[in-house]
Design a protein around this ligand. Structure first.
Ligand code: ADP
Ligand code: MG
Length: 632
């Protein structure tokens, strides 16, 4: 038999190796920005077209390269940053492996223009498939411009693997922010499809944080600064009141390199203990500087994990530093602070679909959820308790059929991953289990509805009664209407006489821009107005939004929260968000008329028994069941 082993041609070997370093446009963004930082640039501009799939360019005013270096830079393991193994342990630059440019040259069409201050002319090099196809002398400003086009043009499998432009852009922005955040003394800008998204003047760290996370944080950040022989910690943490439902604004940098660490995050959360709810996330931007010999830099550059020589010490330092800062700030607790604790309490009541709930719904029947939530069984003696269990087994919760339907429905909702959502079609089985509730309109009721605890609507019938959760029910009603509006006739819009302007953070602005067409369909007329500003021209006609600006801010915040908790298509998240935002919340008093129409609207829905997020909208109790409980 003939020998079978062949050496892979260089360009294929390079493409395979490139896969490690460049997985998507955002990886190239990270590498190119870091190279510019390493080159000592004070101005770094990033240009993107089609989320970096079509074009990605970084222009810096750093050191530039000589003609020879420019050519060398694209060779694998070509680096000016380490010379021997010892350097590896003292590394202070962002890069050092000399892999990034070689990888980029293997998977994109690249054009480099560069000039050093001491050179009169610059160098231009064009590369394709790792081959230099053109090299020339050019007039160029001092610094470097690297432009890559058609990422993965020669690796279709990888190109197909890329996500939508919106998703890839999100990654690009994340990487951009991580680098920009850690070098506030450098000017950064990001332009996407000709539109400027970030324009970050050089300044202080606090200034940079406000530029990126939004000026809302002004006066709400507490400085952290502890210097020790072993390490220095500095940065800012948000006052407890800034804690959000989404884990968005949390950044750790070790020697200026962004890292993710659940362990160190825990240290910060620990410092906030008792100050914020367990389900809310404080903002923090923390820098840990320590001797490079104390960390293992050899962890792969694209990985965001880090290995410390002694992780426990770092944990203790971080926790102490953050605690210290928070304590200083809260020596004089303000009224503001007190107030906020109660608002957070409310928020957590309204917080939809936590993990606990997901498991509760997954594992239990409605009744279990119900009794546990109300702790009814805990107050009762064992004996009566068993009678109640018996009653439960029999038919205290009448709608047994629908309770299991409910479980399967919520399972469906939970399983719905990345699928396009149409309103849940009713199977015949579901229909039959609902048939006995369809007559439960308020007209059939034996007495007018009553409101309990400003949260529930009690509706008595001849042989049973219903307890309806007002917010869950309203969310269901609104959700169904919104689905219909997205699929058919858009909601009517009421134009505002005095349109409000809203200024968002660049990240939120990108997000809202993506949602605008769907929001339009749902009755919100919003126009992009300059960089991150929007004008709210109109809102849904039959919804009293009150403060339009606050309503929109809530929608964005809740949308982010839902997106982080649930893996669902964008539209589904938006529908749930808007339904949640417009719904009547618990704690709101309802008139008899309002309660009646809520009941009627609920039972006109295809699936009246569950809210869009799969929680029960109502419970039904039989008279028989009550009698059993009273041992009659
Ligand atoms: P590394 O950053 O790990 O050294 P790269 O492949 O990213 O490897 O870059 C290779 C070399 O090219 C760098 O070591 C540096 O000397 C040079 N280089 C890359 N980008 C720039 C830039 N923007 N300005 C000046 N020199 C650069
Ligand atoms: Mg590099």
């Amino acid at each position: 038999m003939a020998d079978r082993i062949l050496l892979l041609p260089d360009n294929i070997a390079n493409q395979i190796a490139a896969g490690e370093v460049i997985q998507r446009p955002a990886s190239a963004v990270k590498e190119l920005l870091e190279n510019a930082v390493d080159a000592g640039a004070t101005e770094i501009k990033l240009f993107i077209n089609d989320a970096g799939k079509a074009l990605l360019q970084v222009v810096d005013n750093g050191s530039g390269m000589s003609e020879t270096d420019a050519r060398m830079a694209f060779e694998r393991h070509a680096t000016s940053k380490i010379k021997n193994i010892d350097d590896l342990f003292h590394i202070r630059t962002m890069g050092f492996r000399g892999e990034a440019l070689a990888s980029i040259a293997a998977v994109a069409q690249v054009e480099l223009r560069t000039r050093r201050v001491e050179d009169e002319v610059g160098t231009c090099i064009e590369i394709e498939n790792s081959q230099v196809i053109k090299q020339s002398l050019v007039a160029a400003p001092v610094g470097t411009s690297i432009c890559m086009k058609n990422l993965f043009f020669n690796v279709p499998a990888r190109r197909n693997f890329l996500k939508s432009n919106a998703a890839e852009m999100r990654h690009v922005i994340d990487e951009f922010i991580r680098v920009a955040m850690s070098f506030p003394s450098i000017f950064f800008s990001l332009t996407s499809n000709g539109q400027q998204i970030f324009y970050l003047e050089a300044g202080s760290l606090k200034g940079r944080i406000l530029q990126i996370l939004g000026t809302n944080y002004n006066a709400k950040l507490v400085a952290v600064k502890e210097d020790t022989d072993y390490l220095n910690i500095y940065g800012f943490v948000g006052k407890p009141e800034t804690a959000k439902k989404t884990r968005g604004d949390q950044y750790f940098f070790v020697n200026n390199r962004f890292i993710k660490s659940a362990y160190l995050n825990h240290a910060v959360m620990n410092a906030y203990q008792q100050m914020i709810g367990t389900d809310s996330f404080p903002a923090y931007v923390l820098f840990i500087d320590l001797d490079p010999t104390q960390i293992d830099v050899n962890v792969h550059p694209t990985k965001q994990e880090i290995k410390f020589e002694d992780e426990k010490i770092i944990y203790a330092f971080i926790q102490a530093a953050v605690k210290h800062s928070l304590a200083q700030f809260s020596i004089t607790p303000t009224l503001d602070f007190e107030l906020d604790a109660s608002i957070q309490g409310l928020d957590s009541i309204q917080k939809p679909f936590t993990e606990e709930r997901q498991t509760a719904i997954k594992e239990g029947s409605i009744f279990q959820t119900f009794t546990e939530a109300n702790q009814a069984h805990k107050v009762m003696s064992g004996e009566v308790n068993s009678v109640i269990r018996q009653a439960q087994d029999d038919n205290f919760v009448v709608d047994k059929g629908s309770s299991s339907t409910f479980v399967s429905l919520s399972k469906q909702l939970l399983d719905m991953d990345e699928r396009v959502v149409t309103p849940q079609p009713q199977t015949t089985q579901q229909q039959s289990s609902f048939s006995n509730v369809s007559h439960l309109t308020s007209n059939e009721a034996a007495a007018p509805p009553a409101q309990l605890f400003l949260s529930y609507i009690l509706v008595p019938y001849a042989d049973r009664f219903l307890v309806i959760h007002q917010q869950a029910a309203h969310e269901r009603i609104l959700y169904d209407r919104l689905v219909a509006a997205l699929q058919g006739r858009p909601m009517a819009t009421q134009r505002s006489l005095f349109p409000a302007t809203i200024e968002l953070t660049p990240v939120d602005a990108v997000l809202l821009t993506e949602l605008l067409p769907d929001l339009q369909q749902l009755g919100y007329s919003i126009e992009h107005f300059g960089k991150s500003a929007f004008v709210i021209q109109g809102t849904p006609a039959d919804i009293d939004t009150g403060n339009e600006k606050a309503a929109l801010e809530k929608i964005i915040e809740q949308y982010k929260h839902f997106s982080s908790e649930l893996k669902l298509p964008k539209r589904e998240v938006l529908l749930r968000t808007v339904a949640w935002q417009q719904s009547v919340k618990t704690g709101v008093s309802l008139s008899e008329k309002e309660m009646e129409s809520l009941v009627n609207d609920l039972f006109a829905c295809g699936q009246p028994n569950a809210s869009p997020s799969g929680r029960p909208t109502y419970l039904e109790f039989k008279k028989d069941g009550l009698e059993k409980m009273f041992m009659r």
